[in-house]
Design a protein around this ligand. Structure first.
Ligand SMILES: [Zn+2]
Length: 424
């Protein structure tokens, strides 16, 4: 079976060029002009991107499937143009054993419409004490290690975990959070915490643990990845560590790039996430960090919840917002069309850079012999983000209602159409 995507503006080798992409049996067979095939998709005037890569999603499956499941989470990813995602292990039960992990991976493959890589936990039940058998988890198919949702509190445990991860050539992806500093905070320690009388989260909860871990990473030589950096100081610490040769990578979320705590409009749980929205100064430092290469990639931290868990005011709401279906269009609209970053830069942070950092060979590039994982976006027509259009079970995002550019027209995985825009 052959299909040609005709006359798109195709992101190849870091540049956008008008050409055709020929797909044969799920693989990219040729890139060029005047290519023909039995089936044809007209992409004239549209952006043809490698399928987007998201190394941070929560699919709540097993155990919390009222929020999301593998199938709905992956449909949401496809709707956002993502074709490869990595799912966090903070599910119920936490997959501490190879058997549990294998069941999750089998479920991902059976019910997911995109490629789903699976994180294993760093410690048993993510509670910072018992280090798991990484060789066994790796043999069972884990992608990397993370306790996302929780920081590893004990320095000795983290040191030992890093040593063992290094021995097994596994990446440690840390949700950096010192619980003693975090306490019961719900919102950034700033103007809105005071205005609404909410318990504050100091940035020290994030930065002190990053500083500790960077020293440990330097000692152990492990590949240390920091989830969702959110403050200027975090970026500065990573910049310094990189200049000293520490093997560190980090990600930033769309919401931390686009929103600050001063944007919180009401006592609404839709603005509650962890780490919290920080200051405008922090937000600008995150964009600078991307531009100078300190921050390696964008990841959504797609965190669906039920309506009742989010529509209960800031203090009581669950942490986290959805991200898969709003990431590209929000970032394109607010960063690219406003001239803050180029389209090529945005695409590289959402495709080739995460794939490269995590060694995901089969993702992130349009090249001959790569799997035909592609996303086609319409950059010209404005559209409005509506809750009823989301394919995630969660609609907990403050971006709903915004008019944006960058609608997903078509998403292909291994040459198969897994999402198609049927019109608004
Ligand atoms: Zn996290």
């Amino acid at each position: 079976m052959e299909t040609v995507i005709k006359s798109g503006n195709v992101f190849v080798d870091g540049r956008i060029q008008r050409c055709d992409v020929l797909i044969r049996n799920g693989i990219i067979a040729a890139i060029g002009t005047d290519l023909t095939a039995e089936h044809s998709i007209n992409a004239a005037g549209k952006l043809v991107s490698p399928g987007l890569v998201d190394v941070h999603v929560h699919y709540r499956d097993p155990g919390q499937t009222a929020k999301e499941n593998v199938h709905t989470g992956s449909l949401a990813a496809a709707h956002g143009g993502f074709t490869t995602v990595a799912a966090m292990p903070n599910v119920t039960p936490v997959p501490n054993t190879p058997e549990q992990l294998k069941r999750m991976i089998a479920n991902n493959q059976k019910n997911g419409v995109v490629h789903i890589l699976q994180y294993a936990p760093i410690t048993a039940d993510q509670n910072s004490s018992e280090i798991l058998d990484y060789a066994a988890l790796q043999a069972a198919g884990c992608f990397a290690l993370s306790n996302d949702g929780h920081g590893v509190q004990n320095a000795q445990v983290m040191y030992e975990a890093m040593r063992r991860a290094k021995d097994n050539d596994l990446i440690i992806a840390q949700h950096a959070q010192d619980d003693d500093l975090f306490q019961y905070g719900v919102i950034n320690d700033g103007v809105k915490a005071q205005e609404y009388g909410l318990l504050p989260i100091t940035e020290l909860a994030e930065t002190t643990q990053i500083a500790r871990d960077l020293v440990l990473a330097q000692q152990t030589g492990v590949h240390y990845h920091i989830c969702h950096v959110s403050t200027r100081s975090s970026v500065e610490l990573v910049r310094l560590a990189k200049s000293h040769g520490v093997t560190v990578t980090c990600e930033v979320t769309p919401h931390h790039l686009l929103l600050a705590d001063s944007d919180i409009r009401s006592d609404s749980g839709l603005f509650k996430m962890n780490p919290p929205l920080r200051t405008q100064e922090d937000r600008e430092a995150l964009i600078e960090g991307l531009l100078d290469g300190t921050i390696d990639m964008i990841a959504t931290d797609h965190a669906p919840h039920t309506v009742s868990e989010k529509q209960c005011g800031f203090a009581k709401a669950a942490f986290g917002i959805t991200g898969s279906e709003t990431a590209f269009c929000e970032l394109y609209t607010h960063l690219v069309t406003k001239g803050l970053v180029s389209l090529e830069q945005l695409l590289s942070w959402m495709t080739v850079k995460p794939a490269h950092a995590f060694g995901i060979e089969a993702a992130g590039r349009i090249a001959v012999n790569q799997p035909a994982d592609l996303a086609i976006f319409d950059l010209a027509q404005a559209f409005t983000l509506r809750a009823e259009d989301y394919l995630s079970l969660g609609s907990n995002t403050p971006f709903t209602g915004e008019t944006v550019y960058g609608k997903t027209e078509l998403t292909l995985v291994d040459g198969e159409i897994i999402y198609q825009n049927k019109g608004q």
